[in-house]
Design a protein around this ligand. Structure first.
Ligand code: NAP
Length: 293
């Protein structure tokens, strides 16, 4: 049983998707800050560097009900409290809406929405019983804004935003706080996985130039995006703050983009999105501009 009564112990946190990117950076940061972290993902071999006195590595496939249940049972045998759940596991299903298979679209929702909510449903009784806790859902800047070639991913994060708002109101009576994190472009494996998905959905010739353009945009995110530590810092702030805000957007690009969405008409905002995509394409390959004027 993990002892959280030591003065140096701040409490127990579960981070999903801790095998890379934002989740791994967050697990490390929270462990240094004095929390005991349960770090979960499918690829245990990618988490051997995390295992320590402060971090317990556990297997999780968020789409498998048995795996989610087993994770919660294992954690319950190791700690009496779970102070924070960080729902970070996710991926981006990218590609033209006409070309992405419904099977892929369903899987996107299994990971980013249903798996996440199943885990949340199993953690809530623990938090209700202890009369407090925080649930931190990692959404995206495009949980508020839809951009081309990311329709299903964006839809899954819009759903997460809506569920988070409803949950925040439902569970505040139990002292449970719900926070949404809205990252902009971050340098992680996310971009390579998204590019893979775009390639998979490239069967329709009419979208060929957009497919190539979008892969360039994703590649440019690997060059110009922020480091995952920036988001780990925003999450840590939300974890440590007694009364966190309901939303944290980071880095500045995300805040700015969301501000523009609020400010501009759809027509003007569409222009901003297309010009931003062209700019990023040029950053990767100055000579080619597949998105037609
Ligand atoms: N990178 C960005 O630009 C960006 C921007 C906005 C929002 N986000 C969001 O940030 C979160 C973290 O992404 P990241 O950028 O850190 O990407 P990443 O490096 O690809 O990490 C994604 C994590 O999710 C886990 N995961 C994926 N499918 C899973 C499944 N079925 N079961 C359990 N775990 C699963 C992966 O672990 P395994 O494969 O080992 O299971 C991995 O640890 C995601 O929710 C993403 O949508 C990212």
């Amino acid at each position: 049983m993990i002892n959280t009564s030591q003065p140096s112990d701040r409490g127990c946190v579960l981070v999903t998707g801790a095998s890379s990117g934002i989740g791994k950076a967050t697990a490390k940061r929270l462990a240094v800050a004095g929390y005991h972290v349960f770090a979960a993902a499918r690829r245990l071999e990618k988490m051997t560097d995390l295992q320590s006195d402060r971090i317990t590595v556990l297997p999780l496939d968020i789409t498998k009900e048995e795996s989610v249940r087993s994770l919660v049972e294992t954690i319950s045998t190791q700690t009496e409290r779970l102070d924070v759940l960080i729902n970070n596991a996710g991926y981006g299903s990218h590609g033209a809406l006409e070309a992405v298979s419904l099977e892929e679209a369903r899987y996107q929702f299994e990971v980013n929405v249903f798996g996440l909510m199943h885990l949340t449903q199993l953690i809530l009784p623990i938090m209700r019983q202890q009369r407090g806790g925080k649930i931190i859902n990692v959404s995206s800047m495009i949980g508020k804004v839809s951009v081309p070639m990311s329709g299903w991913y964006s839809a899954s994060k819009h759903v997460l935003e809506a569920l988070s708002d409803a949950l925040r109101l439902e569970v505040q009576q139990f002292g449970i706080k719900v926070v949404v994190i809205e990252p902009g472009a971050i340098k992680t494996e996310f971009n390579d996985i998204a590019a893979e998905r775009v390639n998979k959905a490239s069967s329709i010739d009419a979208y060929q130039s957009w497919t190539e353009a979008w892969i360039k945009v994703l590649n440019s995110s690997n060059q110009t995006g922020a480091e995952p530590e920036v988001i780990a810092e925003a999450i840590t702030k939300a974890v440590k703050t007694k009364n966190p805000r309901s939303r944290y957007a980071a880095p500045f690009e995300s805040k700015f983009f969301l501000f523009l969405k609020w400010l501009l008409s759809d027509r003007l905002f569409d222009r901003v999105v297309l010009s931003e995509i062209k700019k990023r394409q040029k950053l990767v390959s100055p000579s080619i501009s597949p998105i037609a004027e």
